[in-house]
Design a protein around this ligand. Structure first.
Ligand code: GLU
Length: 276
């Protein structure tokens, strides 16, 4: 962990020529130069939420939230290393100490809480479907027999299999952008995940007018900041940061900047529930 005090210890260790591996959980810094760094997991392929642009910049609501939180923890933007956190890898990245925390459309649920802790939530989204324009699916049962795509390790894929449409031909890929190309070229009938993510895809220039959301609101997805299980100190600090972010108007600003272009009608900021 790289709260300030630990970072100083690492810096000292480097100065003394000691091996960083002796510091255990500090592999997340990944720089080894003794500077105060923080490594944050985000999505790289979700426009409006977590996106790595072709010129190597990072943008989206999760990026803004994570940058704000990092600042409250004492890290400037330049101290942040962004690491891709695919849906199925998130618990592993945290458990291994490869990241300090994750802000990656990461729904809080009990199964995940066996392995990680969460701060937040900071956004409430709902599972929905993305289909080709004009091929609207009116109810979730219509998916049975259809080729549906979602991502490995996501709640979206789990929900479909367990509850919504057990007879859908579900294909799971590593990332949502792969589903999207399958939907565009006709190999798939629908893509399911959170409406926040789907709105961002539908608004992409190359797809404008091609896709539409079904508007089904199939589940509640409360996005939390994932962190090492049991690190209540970090959890408390991140909760404080998230609360401040809402109170000082930054949350609204981030919503407008990132969801405005996709015309995503978000829910109000949720109450913070994750403690201890
Ligand atoms: N929010 C859902 C989840 O955490 C779906 C989005 C994602 O895969 O990141 O699984």
């Amino acid at each position: 962990m790289k709260l300030r005090s630990t970072s100083i210890a690492v810096a000292t260790a480097v100065t003394l020529g000691l091996s960083l591996t002796a510091c255990g959980g500090d592999s997340g810094s990944g720089d080894g130069d003794g500077n105060d760094k923080v490594t944050i997991g985000i999505k790289f392929d979700q426009p409006g939420l977590g996106l790595k642009t072709p010129d190597g910049k990072y943008e989206g609501f999760d990026v803004d939230v994570a940058t704000y939180v990092a600042k409250e923890l004492g890290y400037e933007e330049g101290d942040i290393t962004w690491k891709e956190a695919p849906s199925a890898e998130r618990e592993n990245l945290i458990a291994r100490g490869d990241v300090d925390f994750i802000a990656a459309t990461y729904s809080i649920n009990d199964e995940r809480k066996q392995k990680v802790s969460f701060a937040g939530p900071y956004l409430l989204a709902h599972q929905d479907l993305l289909v080709r324009s004009g091929e609207k699916i009116g109810k979730v049962e219509d998916l049975n027999g259809k080729k549906l795509c979602s991502v490995t390790g996501s709640t979206s894929a789990q929900n479909v299999k367990k509850d919504f449409a057990p007879k859908a031909q579900l294909q799971t890929y590593g990332g949502y952008s792969e589903c999207l190309s399958g939907l565009a070229n006709g190999q798939l009938d629908a893509l399911t995940t959170d409406d926040s993510i789907l709105a961002g895809f539908a608004a992409q220039k190359q797809y404008q007018g091609k896709f539409e959301l079904a508007g089904l609101s199939l589940s509640d997805e409360n996005y939390g900041i994932g962190l090492k299980k049991g690190d209540t100190e970090l959890q408390g600090k991140i909760n404080d940061a998230l609360k401040k972010m809402v109170d000082d108007g930054s949350w609204d600003k981030f919503v407008e900047a990132n969801f405005g272009p996709a015309n995503y009608k978000n829910e109000p900021a949720p109450e913070i529930t994750e403690k201890g």
